[in-house]
Design a protein around this ligand. Structure first.
Ligand SMILES: C[S@@+](CC[C@H](N)C(=O)[O-])C[C@H]1O[C@@H](n2cnc3c(N)ncnc32)[C@H](O)[C@@H]1O
Ligand SMILES: [Zn+2]
Length: 270
């Protein structure tokens, strides 16, 4: 699968083009990256994701499987139709986690789907997920992709590096950034007594977007859905919302509905 996107890839160390040599990708300066048996490549040797664990991504995958985030997926699909309408756009999911959004967005549309994350565990899960997306381990600060190769960069609840996003986007290409608002998982916030990370209120993220992008539109996504107890438990461990507290100590037995409030922001960098 990595061979399909070889022309888009660049060495993260020197920016050189990469070519295939047996089970490796090599640049003209001799920097070498092994292609794993699952088709993924580790482009960030020596860098490790320290916050998010394999258990986090497994729980997050369970929450996604419940369908709770399907309306978010649809909103991303609409934004892509509107702002990346061309034939077979290149969509890059930055900080893609286990790949739910990249795999699932607009399944009917032909796209070159490329996802990367600093977490090896997340990329291993993403590669197992099927579909035609290509995944690799990489750091946002050194994205191993060519200048101007992407039509859209998707960033869902992940840190952003607008300098790198601007470099890999073609002129007029868009960033589609999803971030939580103050009512996101309101029912769990209440149980947590408001002890949630400050990034989860969305305002800081919006200010940062305004400072770094030309914002074209913001859509507020808001809905409440009935959920099964296992989805609530999955989100206790598979959302950054409760990362600061002992989620096992919360009594979530009364939570039967969950509220999703997110902002979908679209902007350009050129
Ligand atoms: C809250 S998770 C969101 C994952 C995914 N977008 C989703 O919605 O399921 C944040 C992600 O950002 C990734 N991340 C954090 N720092 C990163 C970096 N410097 N480079 C690449 N990915 C990073 C983490 O490994 C994690 O998968
Ligand atoms: Zn190199």
């Amino acid at each position: 699968m990595i061979d399909d996107i070889l022309p888009l890839l660049r060495c993260p160390l020197c920016g050189g083009a990469l070519s295939r040599e047996d089970c490796s990708l090599v640049c003209p300066q001799g920097h070498c990256y092994d292609v794993a048996r699952n088709g993924t490549v580790h482009f960030a040797p020596g860098r490790r994701e320290r916050v998010y664990t394999r258990a986090f991504f497994e729980q997050r995958a369970l929450a996604f499987a419940s369908g709770l985030y399907a309306p978010v997926l649809e909103a991303i699909g609409r934004a892509l139709s509107r702002f990346a309408p061309g034939e077979r756009p290149v969509l890059v999911d930055a900080g893609c986690g286990e790949g739910y959004y990249l795999r699932g967005v607009s399944p009917e549309r032909a796209m070159t789907r490329v996802g990367f994350d600093l977490s090896k565990d997340a990329i291993r899960m993403a590669a197992r997920g099927g579909g035609d997306a290509t995944f690799f381990v990489a750091d946002l600060a050194r994205i191993p992709l060519a200048d101007g190769c992407a039509d859209a960069v998707l960033d869902v609840f992940a840190p952003a590096n607008y300098r790198e996003f601007g470099r890999i986007l073609r002129p007029g290409g868009v960033v589609i950034k999803l971030s939580p608002r103050a009512g996101y998982l309101r029912e769990l916030r209440q149980l947590a007594g408001g002890r949630v990370p400050r990034e989860m209120d969305g305002e800081r993220v919006s200010r940062y977007e305004d400072a770094h992008m030309r914002v074209i539109c913001r859509e507020e996504i808001a809905y409440t859905q009935s959920v099964e107890p296992e989805t609530v438990r999955a989100l206790c461990h598979g959302s950054p919302l409760l990362s600061a507290i002992d989620a096992d100590a919360l009594d979530v037995s009364g939570v039967t509905r969950l509220t999703i409030e997110e902002t979908l922001c679209v902007g350009t960098l050129s």
